[in-house]
Ligand binder design. Structure first.
Ligand code: ZN
Ligand code: ZN
Length: 368
């Protein structure tokens, strides 16, 4: 039996159940004992309906754990191995994986169904099937995931740190290092300094940006942003971002602007803060009905701005997870500092509330 925090329907608090049965792993699947799971804004987005997924569902998509059992044909991991879960399976064989765009792997389309690669489910509770978010469901103490949804890591990496790699770090640092084209000495602006935004900031620093302008509504997030590498802070709603950025660039505006919230208003702000010939990287998750209305001539033609989507930090997990852990062990990537609270499964609803009000960077569920 496993215990899992379950979303029974959109808008409800999560229900912690201790009767969850885990079926044996099917071919190509792995049973994992979850070690830790980050509480990510996208989990909240499933709860409030921004991201539509079938219910009942075990949320959680940012996790790490230890392999308990492998299904037929699994060769890459064995019982006892530590793994980081990827919320996008990356098969390494399809058109996208072979072009270095594993974050768009053809196998990932089934994730929207809430089951495994074949659409079927592996967890049951109270006599019914439970779905798993992104083929992960890391709010369960045990889970089944495809082998291609995990990356083996060294035994000495703390699982609570490894867990964060799976979403927030790959997404944020990846946005700066993979999606964007940041040059030494550039000016970068980051709108939204939560868990992912802080990682964009440290990614921009790694990429060599000279000016990193953090924009957020909360003073404590701006303080954290400074620890992660921001050189300028702008309190949204009180201070003028344009003024700060023109001051830092001699009137030219930012080379790269990252929107890490997902609102129409801040996406438009990102485009306004971008210099001519610069790039806007959209990292935040908007609601399905959010539209962008842009002046075509004075965005793309005369001002030559590029707007890039950023899904999963444009990451190839099989190379980016080891790369990021290497940066961590070299002291170049801050991971421990991202964790603002360690909680158990009963604390997830409280963590959602804290996240909804912008209080915390990252709560992490730590299993025994
Ligand atoms: Zn996430
Ligand atoms: Zn693939």
């Amino acid at each position: 039996m496993a215990t899992a925090a379950v979303l029974t329907e959109v808008g409800s608090p999560l229900e912690v159940r201790d009767d969850v049965e885990v079926a044996p792993p099917g071919p190509g699947e792995v049973r994992v004992k979850t070690g830790a799971s980050g509480v990510c804004h996208s989990d909240l987005s499933v709860q409030n309906g921004t991201i539509p997924l079938p219910t009942p569902i075990v949320l959680g998509h940012e996790g790490a754990g230890t392999v308990l059992e492998v299904g037929e044909g699994v060769t890459g991991v064995a019982p006892g191995d530590r793994v980081v879960l990827s919320f996008v399976p990356q098969c390494q064989e399809c058109y996208f994986c072979k072009r270095g765009q594993g974050f768009l792997c053809e196998k990932s389309a089934m994730a929207a169904m809430g089951g495994m690669l074949d659409g079927s489910t592996r967890l049951t509770s109270q006599g019914g099937a439970l779905h798993q978010m992104a083929m992960c469901g890391t709010y369960s103490s045990e889970l089944i995931a495809p082998e291609i949804s995990m990356v083996k890591i060294a035994d000495d990496v703390p699982l609570k740190v490894a867990a964060l790699i799976g979403c927030g770090v790959l997404t944020g640092v990846g946005a700066a290092l993979n999606t964007a084209d940041i040059h030494e000495g550039d000016t970068v602006a980051v709108i939204g300094c939560g868990g992912v935004g802080l990682n964009v900031i440290q990614g921009a620093k790694l990429a060599g940006a000279a000016n990193i302008v953090a924009i957020d509504m909360f003073d404590h997030k701006l303080e954290l942003a400074t620890q992660f590498g921001a050189t300028h802070c702008v309190k949204a709603g009180e201070q003028d971002a344009t003024g700060v950025i023109t001051g830092a660039t001699g009137g030219r505006l930012a080379d790269s602007v990252f929107e890490v919230i997902g609102l129409e208003q801040t996406m438009n702000q990102a485009i306004d803060l971008c210099r001519q010939g610069g790039e806007v990287v959209l990292v935040g998750v908007p609601r399905m009905d959010v539209m962008m209305h842009l002046p075509a001539a004075f965005t793309f033609l005369y001002l030559n701005k590029s707007i890039k989507g950023c899904w999963y930090g444009s990451a190839n997990v099989n190379t980016d997870v080891p790369k990021l852990l290497g940066l961590y062990s070299d002291g170049k990537l801050m991971l421990d500092e991202l964790i603002s609270a360690e909680i158990d499964q009963d604390g997830i609803n409280g963590a959602f509330e804290a996240m909804g009000t912008g209080e915390v960077a990252r709560s992490v569920v730590v299993y025994e």
